[in-house]
Design a protein around this ligand. Structure first.
Ligand code: G3H
Ligand code: ZN
Length: 286
């Protein structure tokens, strides 16, 4: 059935485990994530990023409605989350498009501006029934250094700032920079587990790991043990999908029917989903 992200994260957090959240781009992503979650009988979050909305030519409803329909008929709880929202216009379309939650991303801004924008987004989101995640990465301009990208491997969230940011913005969950980085195609990120421990003790809300595709299974398990309650995965599914299609087309150069290669791509994504969910739920690393 359709669930809410807030409920799934709260349950995971209370059980000292995490819920996996997968970025969906195509209908095959939707089907693969739900099939994978059903195979291991686990709840899951489907998330659509602002970039995915741009790819869908600015339309959020077609994919959101497909995801909602698939969630409703699944035996496992499935929530729908709007990810990395920078546009206020998109934020305001979230409740009507069926999302129970949004991640509002102003982490590129200096601390005070990030806080002000996030607080406004959280106030609006809460007034409209949304669970709101935000992000605090390394604040730009410190020590005269140029602002770092929030997900550069060197970026770090400060635990003292994290506590103040959560208290002052009112967000329901916080994405933290502890060494992961978006869009990695190798699982070579090194996480700062000591920092994570301090963030978990200070933030006061469940923590979210972004860029989880670049984190190997043992590191991911340790991060969940250390306090991560939502694990965001995008690139791993694209890697599985694209590799499968590339191999299939190389082996079958005469194929025209898109269902042939989309079937193998979907199966490959199901494999990634089951592995990742097993890891974040505390199973054997795969
Ligand atoms: O919000 C989405 C995630 O952070 C995905 O990151 O594509 O590196 O797995 P990833
Ligand atoms: Zn992310």
């Amino acid at each position: 059935p359709l669930a809410t992200t807030g409920a799934l994260v709260a349950e995971a957090s209370a059980a000292h485990t995490a819920v996996a959240a997968f970025n969906i781009i195509t209908l095959e992503h939707v089907e693969a994530v739900i099939a994978g979650a059903e195979a291991v009988q686990a709840p899951v979050v489907l998330q659509i990023s602002e970039n995915a909305v741009k790819f869908r030519q600015g339309q959020v409803l077609p994919l959101a409605r497909a995801a909602t329909a698939a969630a409703e008929r699944s035996p496992v709880p499935v929530a729908l989350h709007l990810d990395h929202v920078q546009s206020d216009d998109l934020l305001r379309r979230a409740p009507g498009a069926g999302f129970s939650s949004v991640m509002y991303d102003a982490a590129r801004l200096p601390y005070e501006e990030n806080l002000a924008a996030t607080r406004a987004a959280a106030d609006w989101g809460h007034a409209h029934g949304l669970w709101v995640e935000a992000e605090l990465g390394e604040v730009g301009g410190k020590d005269g250094r140029a602002p770092l990208d929030a997900h550069a491997p060197g970026a770090r969230t400060d635990p003292v700032e994290a506590r103040a940011f959560v208290a002052d913005s009112g967000v329901d969950a916080l994405a933290v920079a502890i060494g992961s980085s978006h869009a990695m195609t190798t699982r070579t990120a090194t996480l700062d587990h000591d920092l994570l421990k301090r963030l978990a003790a200070s933030a006061g809300v469940p923590l979210v790991l972004h860029g989880s595709s670049g984190v190997r299974a043992e590191e991911l398990s340790a991060a969940v043990t250390g306090g991560i309650a939502k694990v965001n995965v995008g690139t791993a599914l694209n890697l599985a999908m694209t590799t499968a299609i590339r191999e299939y087309l190389a082996a079958h150069p005469d194929v025209v029917d898109s269902r042939k290669y989309l079937s193998v791509a979907r199966e490959a994504m199901v494999g990634s989903v089951t592995q990742l969910i097993t890891v974040v739920r505390g199973g054997r690393p795969g």
